[in-house]
Design a protein around this ligand. Structure first.
Ligand code: NCD
Ligand code: ZN
Length: 362
């Protein structure tokens, strides 16, 4: 036997054990697709903030309750132990969301945020908000009063603005006036992708936080064009330059309370991405924690992973950390070329590549 193999066989792999993490930004979809993806998240995370961009969107507390019931049914059908995964529901903000609906949502105890999609910004955002500070004032007042967080897709949709600058311009045009008008409103800047975004979130007054995806920590925009056009690396906000990736990595591994984990795992069937106008969204749920551990390990900051993945998010949302733990081990695992998705398949991010870490079997 070659010496290297013998040595590695004789050594225990490195492991990392954390308080069971949560995913503060997740797309589970509905129906048969929901059934296909639900265990990928439930195996790793105790809770997840469930994005409301279904077709039609989740507009009311009653819609959110019904969607939550479908998620719980899918968990049961998939054989997940009862109570092992809690979906934290959200509403989809429109120009017409009523302040009363916000209070109903808060009173339900099931709705933990209201998502702002600027109309046209991303997948299933056509029902989104056209002008936040013109049309949603009374609704934002109600949110501020009852402590309901606003979760923002932080990109302007102005076609004059370069795609790669849309987050920075959103800060100037929306975040700054929003913070001024609603200084006590809780705001989560979702899937932060730029150095400007990191600087803003670090310094902004009031209760502001941000989620960061694994793919924005691991890859820059070269991944979109490596050897050809790569649709499975296309998401919104789009991958950015290396200096932005480094700023995000610095923020995520800083331990600062304002930054926490949100995968933005967004499954689309292979055929919906591999076409002349492919959908935005990367499927990362299956290997989510292995991806994040790889990013933190490469930065030499495994000691800060628990704050980012398991502690900062609950603190911002006013929830206790999960009971129980999750362990990952440094054993290589290959990401499959595709995974089943209802009657089709989904190509996971980094399909075919080898990850240095994997979940330890319970
Ligand atoms: C998301 C989706 O597919 O629902 N897509 C994506 O590229 N992230 C929507 C979103 O979060 O923007
Ligand atoms: Zn998303």
């Amino acid at each position: 036997m070659p010496r290297g193999v013998a040595q590695s066989l004789g050594r225990e792999p490195r492991t990392v054990t954390l308080v069971r993490p949560d995913d503060w930004h997740l797309h589970l979809r509905d129906g048969a697709v929901l059934q296909s993806v639900i265990l990928d998240s439930a195996r790793q995370f105790g809770r997840a903030i469930i994005m409301p961009n279904l077709k039609p969107p989740v507009l009311t507390t009653a819609d959110a309750q019904a969607y939550r019931d479908r998620i719980l049914a899918a968990l049961r059908q998939a054989g997940a132990p009862a109570g092992s995964f809690e979906p934290l529901m959200t509403l989809y903000l429109t120009d017409r969301t009523a302040p009363d609906e916000i209070r109903r949502a808060k009173d339900s105890g099931l709705v933990h945020g209201v998502k702002l999609y600027p109309a046209g910004a991303t997948t299933h955002s056509d029902a989104g908000v056209t002008d936040l500070l013109r049309h949603c004032r009374a609704t934002l007042d109600a949110m501020q009063d009852c402590g309901m967080p606003l979760l923002v897709h932080g990109e302007v949709t102005d076609p004059e603005v370069d795609l790669f600058d849309r987050e920075a311009v959103f800060i100037d045009r929306v975040m700054l006036p929003l913070r001024q008008a609603y200084p006590a409103l809780k705001v989560v800047f979702e899937h932060l992708t730029t150095a400007e975004g990191v600087a803003y979130v670090r310094e902004a007054p009031g209760p502001v936080a941000a989620t960061i995806t694994a793919h924005h920590l691991l890859y820059n925009r070269n991944a979109l064009f490596k050897g050809g056009l790569r649709p499975h690396w296309y998401c919104l906000p789009v991958l950015k330059r290396e200096r932005h990736r480094l700023a995000l990595l610095d923020a995520a591994t800083s331990g600062e309370a304002r930054f926490f984990l949100g995968t933005d795992s967004a499954p689309h069937a292979k055929g919906a991405k591999e076409q002349d106008c492919g959908c935005a969204g990367c499927y990362t749920a299956r290997h989510a924690m292995a991806l994040y551990v790889s990013a933190f390990d490469a930065a030499g900051r495994l000691d800060r992973l628990e704050a980012f993945a398991s502690l900062n998010g609950p603190a911002f949302y006013g929830l206790p950390p999960n009971a129980g733990t999750l362990t990952l081990e440094q054993v290589p695992e290959q990401i499959p070329a595709s995974l089943p998705l209802a009657d089709a398949e989904v190509v996971p991010l980094a399909a075919g590549e080898s990850l240095a870490w994997r979940l330890r079997a319970e």
